[in-house]
Design a protein around this ligand. Structure first.
Ligand SMILES: Nc1ncnc2c1ncn2[C@@H]1O[C@H](COP(=O)(O)OP(=O)(O)OP(=O)(O)O)[C@@H](O)[C@H]1O
Length: 666
């Protein structure tokens, strides 16, 4: 018996040692993984500042045997055949980080983008935006063609599938929370595409998602709400810039450190020459806004390229949205698209010149948003102390006021004017690019700081949304564009203004038709969204069988919210040091704010024009829930995302019909 006991004891000891060895190996493996990731990201960072990938659209069906504008394409350069009409006759070569020819597949395009996307999970901010003339293939790259198959799905879908796949693979070491927002900038108004009724709301929904199918559902909802219209040149021209933002929040289960990354996936509206597109009324107004905001983007790029001390980010909502991606510590990639047709030569040359300039913009090394457990703890302490201080200060003020005010008046005043109170409704703050929402405590301190030291005025989604004028009624006289007919001619030259000779585009170029519409009601999902392609097929299949349940798990969602707010309380960039370290505030920027530039003609709500007071509707808790079962929508079909392949309708829209449409999007 004793012998047996000793033997067991020995074996237990042996087992213990074994386990210890395994744990040690696991930690070593972790370190190697961490190291690999770092090296991976370093390689990415060394690849350049704003990366520019050029993509050439193939000729569309029925256009074969036509002469094209390009002469030669290799991995990193493209040669364009120029004519005397656009300067010197001959060949002009452009170099980019990568050039994708007309026969490049969606998979090839994504595989070069994937590393950048993956770094979101490591706490980096990433921005990918598609730029180019209308009809040049921006939506094709970002989303896909009208009928999406596994092969033809665009960067957005692939990126999100990949993020979920990777977060699943890392789940034993890092617990990730992913949420998405979808916005559009239409006529200098920022709209939340995920709001229930598709109208302007001051707080953009940040919707937690846990699988690709969740995202697909939300993207379809967003596409449904997006603005598309018909012009003489494009029966489904997107009339807005759309931005899908993915927020990632990761907690390292071993060290307790927190990672925060976010990714903007932006499909810009296509530039167009209003003289060619023959638009009038609302379409003309839209074209002016599109061209003006792209022009503002051009101005920002030109300033950044010249390393000017002042960069005019605040001249448009678009540049405000992209501010931290263009001038911050994000990793930014621009897909520049060109059409191959000879008629598009002028636009192609200006687009490529613009892209070349973008590629010279130096962003500096991207920074990871990571808080160690110690920092997290300290931030929590700071937040608690700030709250206590604010309370004490509040009591002091109350005491002073109580001597001069009647008790009743005092009560009303203190409730309404407290910074705590006023910041409670604040749900989305994008300052700092993808900065997470500020907790009340953080807000108090930030506001105090702004009074005492210069601070970068970066994008605040809340401000952007609030300063967006109310959504006009369809057919509203404000949108008939008559007043701005004169401007339209100018705005048609938007790209020339920035970087090319105004003469060179004298003869317009034709745009291509065939911009597809999303029809959510009739949407069908591609096979790739079926169980086989997803990380956890049986689970997802179950989820997709009852998607409503999945998304509608209110408790989970609430849990997530509670967790998120806890994390955010600990991780908001609210310390002075951090603020100072990460701020790119410059004196000229402050001066510029004191001496605002001339109004551009389009009120952006943040520039020279005084803000109109905008009533903020109080958001009901349901607004955040985009779970189908929680949205009373009798007209909406049950979103069975797996069984229905996704497709766009072939519905035609007459030029006169081009009002904002619900139910169709780009
Ligand atoms: N690489 C490609 N391969 C095959 N077809 C493409 C490719 N790129 C674009 N297309 C097709 O060209 C047409 C126009 O493309 P798309 O809608 O993506 O243009 P866009 O730049 O987004 O236009 P807009 O700015 O007007 O919205 C579509 O029919 C699309 O399917």
């Amino acid at each position: 018996m004793r012998f047996l006991q000793m033997k067991y004891q020995e074996e237990f000891n042996c087992l213990g040692k074994h386990l210890h060895g395994l744990a040690h190996a696991a930690t070593g493996y972790q370190k190697v993984l961490e190291e690999n990731r770092k090296l991976y990201n370093q390689v990415q960072d060394l690849k350049g500042n704003i990366r520019v990938y050029c993509r050439v659209r193939p000729f569309l069906p029925g256009q074969s045997n036509r002469a094209s504008t390009y002469d030669h394409i290799d991995d990193t350069s493209i040669k364009i055949i120029t004519s005397s009409k656009y300067g010197k006759e001959g060949r002009k070569s452009f170099s980019f980080n990568k050039v994708f020819g007309p026969f490049s597949t969606q998979e090839e395009v994504f595989s070069d983008t994937q590393p950048l996307i993956r770094s979101v999970l490591d706490g980096y901010n990433v921005c990918i935006f598609a730029y180019g003339q209308t009809g040049s293939g921006k939506t094709f790259t970002m989303t896909g063609p009208r009928d999406i198959t596994e092969e033809s799905q665009g960067v957005n879908y692939r990126a999100l599938s990949d993020l979920f796949l990777l977060s699943e693979q890392r789940k034993d070491t890092i617990s990730y929370g992913i949420s998405v927002q979808m916005l559009e900038i239409y006529n200098e108004q920022v709209r939340d595409l995920l709001s229930q009724n598709g109208i302007n709301v001051p707080d953009a929904n940040l919707v937690p998602v846990s699988s690709t199918s969740d995202v697909i559902y939300l993207m379809n909802l967003g596409h449904k709400n997006r603005s598309v219209s018909a012009t003489a040149m494009n029966d489904r021209s997107s009339r807005s810039h759309s931005c899908l933002t993915v927020h990632v929040h990761g907690k390292d289960l071993t060290s307790g450190s927190i990672l925060r990354g976010c990714m903007h996936l932006v499909d810009l509206a296509g530039s167009e020459r209003v003289d060619k597109s023959e638009v009038t009324g609302d379409r003309l107004k839209e074209a002016q806004h599109i061209n003006k905001s792209l022009s503002a983007l051009g101005d920002v790029i030109a300033s950044l390229a010249q390393k000017n001390s002042h960069v005019p980010y605040r001249n448009s909502k678009l540049t405000q949205l992209l501010q931290d991606s263009l001038g911050g510590q994000a990793k930014t990639l621009m897909f520049v698209h060109i059409s191959p047709e000879l008629e598009a030569l002028g636009e192609t040359l200006s687009t490529l010149k613009f892209a070349e300039r973008v590629s010279t913009v130096e962003l500096g090394a991207a920074r990871v948003n990571k808080d160690s457990a110690d920092v997290k703890e300290l931030k929590e302490q700071i937040a608690t102390l700030k709250a206590a201080l604010a309370r004490k200060e509040g009591q002091g003020v109350q005491l002073q006021h109580s001597q001069s005010l009647s008790p009743e008046r005092f009560r009303v005043k203190s409730a309404g004017s407290s910074p705590l109170h006023s910041s409670q409704k604040r749900t989305g703050d994008w300052s700092g690019g993808c900065r997470q929402q500020l907790e009340d405590f953080g807000n108090i301190e930030v506001r105090k700081n702004t009074a005492s030291k210069p601070k970068r005025r970066s994008l605040d989604l809340h401000d952007m949304l609030r300063s967006s004028p109310p959504w006009p009624q369809i057919g509203s006289p404000g949108l008939n564009g008559k007043e701005d007919d004169k401007d339209s001619v100018l705005s048609g030259d938007w790209i020339d203004k920035v970087m090319v000779n105004k003469q060179e585009n004298a003869s317009g170029e034709e745009n291509l038709l065939g911009i597809g519409c999303w029809d959510v009601d009739n949407r069908q999902l591609p096979e790739m969204f079926g169980p086989s392609s997803l990380p956890d097929p049986p689970k997802l299949y179950m989820e997709n069988q009852n998607f409503g349940k999945l998304m509608a798990n209110k408790e989970e969602s609430q849990d997530y919210e509670v967790q998120r707010s806890r994390y955010e309380a600990a991780t908001t960039d609210d310390s002075d040091e951090l603020e100072a370290a990460t701020s790119d505030c410059s004196e000229p920027d402050m001066l510029w704010q004191l001496n605002p530039p001339k109004a551009t003609g389009i009120p952006n709500g943040l520039g020279a024009k005084p803000k109109k007071p905008y009533p903020r509707p109080v958001r009901s808790p349901e607004t955040r829930s985009l779970i189908p079962s929680l949205i009373p929508s009798p007209s909406r079909k049950p979103p069975n995302v797996v069984s229905q392949p996704l497709h766009r309708t072939g519905r035609q829209v007459g030029p006169g019909e081009g009002k904002r449409r619900s139910g169709n999007a780009k």
